[in-house]
Design a binder for this molecule. Sequence first.
Ligand SMILES: Nc1ncnc2c1ncn2[C@@H]1O[C@H](COP(=O)(O)OP(=O)(O)OP(=O)(O)O)[C@@H](O)[C@H]1O
Ligand SMILES: [Mg+2]
Length: 251
Amino acid sequence: MIQVKELTKIFKDRKRGEVRAVDGISFECKPGRIFGLLGPNGAGKTTILRILSTILRPTSGTALINGADVVEDPLKARRQIGFLSCDTKLYGRLTPREMVFYFGRLYGMKEDAIARRAEEIFQLFGMKDFIHRRNDRLSSGMQQKVSIARTIIHDPPVMVLDEPTFGLDIMASRAVIQFIRKCREEGKTVILSSHVMAVAEKLCDEIAIIHRGRILATGTLKEHQERTGKEDLEEIFVHLVGEENGANIGH
Ligand SMILES: Nc1ncnc2c1ncn2[C@@H]1O[C@H](COP(=O)(O)OP(=O)(O)OP(=O)(O)O)[C@@H](O)[C@H]1O
Ligand SMILES: [Mg+2]
């Protein structure tokens, strides 16, 4: 379960001055559900997910991960989270297998538990052919799979996924989507960001449309459709974001 209340993050940027990347956002993600953040470039998605995974401190507001406050109790919050970001770096000289084992040990897992879980993950993502090659010699899709593998080695109850299908081909992206669905079936709490409408439409139980650090609307696809009178998510998105842009003309 993730509970976010009045979350705000202001960056002090030398050129742009104060940037309100996240501006008083509140929402809840429940176990066994997939919550999607959908928004244009710069909307604040990555910033929200970084705060949830305790990499960034919020300027104000709170976020609880299964009851653990990301500011007050970051270690407890972090232990429950698998955080995947599209710019996660891999150790180039390690192999995928070494990398996954390394992270398993960091999470305090026993060797045989790591081996069992790693085997399951390598199988699931079709990684067997390249687990003994160096990370820096892998394609970007293969590297993304390694990032996912190391994110989930400790089988966390809460998954925080920033653009999880970014840079993947159709087959790899299907594998990731299947995996996210499996997380839902297992009762995990999943939050993901995307600007790929099809991913959000297919996958998310609830979608928050965010723009300029604010939530413009939250709900199931059906609720968005009823509220806007539009059929597909792209139209709904353009409708909401366009309305907001229009309303700002002249400010
Ligand atoms: N470290 C930082 N310092 C200053 N400004 C930042 C920093 N990180 C993010 N920002 C600004 O905060 C805003 C939100 O950025 P964020 O990366 O959260 O957006 P996003 O929704 O993930 O966008 P994208 O779809 O392009 O990934 C942007 O205006 C960005 O320039
Ligand atoms: Mg981003």
